[in-house]
Design a protein around this ligand. Structure first.
Ligand SMILES: Cc1cc2nc3c(=O)[nH]c(=O)nc-3n(C[C@H](O)[C@H](O)[C@H](O)COP(=O)(O)O)c2cc1C
Length: 167
């Protein structure tokens, strides 16, 4: 079953991770960069979805997502499984680390989607994050600013995990 990966990216880090997922996933993954004019009906083509979001401006959605998230209200994610990954900088923004993932999580819940791909918080050093739900990150968190050396290993393990959880 084809997977649709939707991401936003200002400086290219999330784009690069999206491409790594596409190249390493054991199955076909289509990449879509969201933006203000992006057609939300493209979500209808996929039952298995991955969302990628970096955090900006003290805990806010990155601008591609901020511009597009309003367009998503008519998207029906019921019966669909969704895995979320996020990029942030725990050294510079320890009180808002990867917060934007929390906002996207709420949107996915509101639209009826089932979120999979929970990830442990061990190995990160931060104070507060809206990406933490019930003691775990709601999806994969990557910090290419402070922990670039851990990205590939975290990604490989998460891909293996979600390839089972997405089914
Ligand atoms: C102006 C600015 C604000 C940022 N704000 C946050 C933040 O509030 N929380 C966080 O975890 N990371 C924050 N970051 C770090 C980015 O999320 C991180 O660098 C990410 O890798 C950028 O992804 P991109 O290259 O796909 O845009 C910020 C970065 C910049 C440049």
């Amino acid at each position: 079953m084809k997977i649709g990966l939707f991401y936003g990216s200002t400086n290219g880090n999330t784009k690069r991770v999206a491409e790594m997922i596409r190249d390493q996933y054991p199955g076909e993954v289509d990449l879509h960069k969201v933006h203000e004019e992006f057609d939300p009906e493209i979500f209808d083509q996929y039952d298995r979805i991955i969302l990628g979001v970096p955090t900006y401006g003290q805990g806010s959605l990155q601008e591609d997502w901020a511009d597009f998230v309003w367009e998503m209200d008519d998207v029906d994610l019921s019966g669909k499984k969704v895995a979320i990954f996020g990029l942030g900088d725990q050294g510079e923004y320890p009180d808002h680390f990867a917060d934007a993932m929390g906002e996207l999580y709420e949107k996915v819940q509101e639209l009826g989607g089932e979120v999979v791909g929970e990830w442990p918080t061990e190995g990160y050093d931060f104070k507060a994050s809206k990406a933490v739900i019930g003691g775990a990150f709601l999806g994969l968190v990557l910090d290419v600013d402070r922990q670039p050396q851990l990205t590939q290993d975290r990604l490989a393990r998460w891909i293996e995990q979600i390839s089972q959880e997405l089914g």
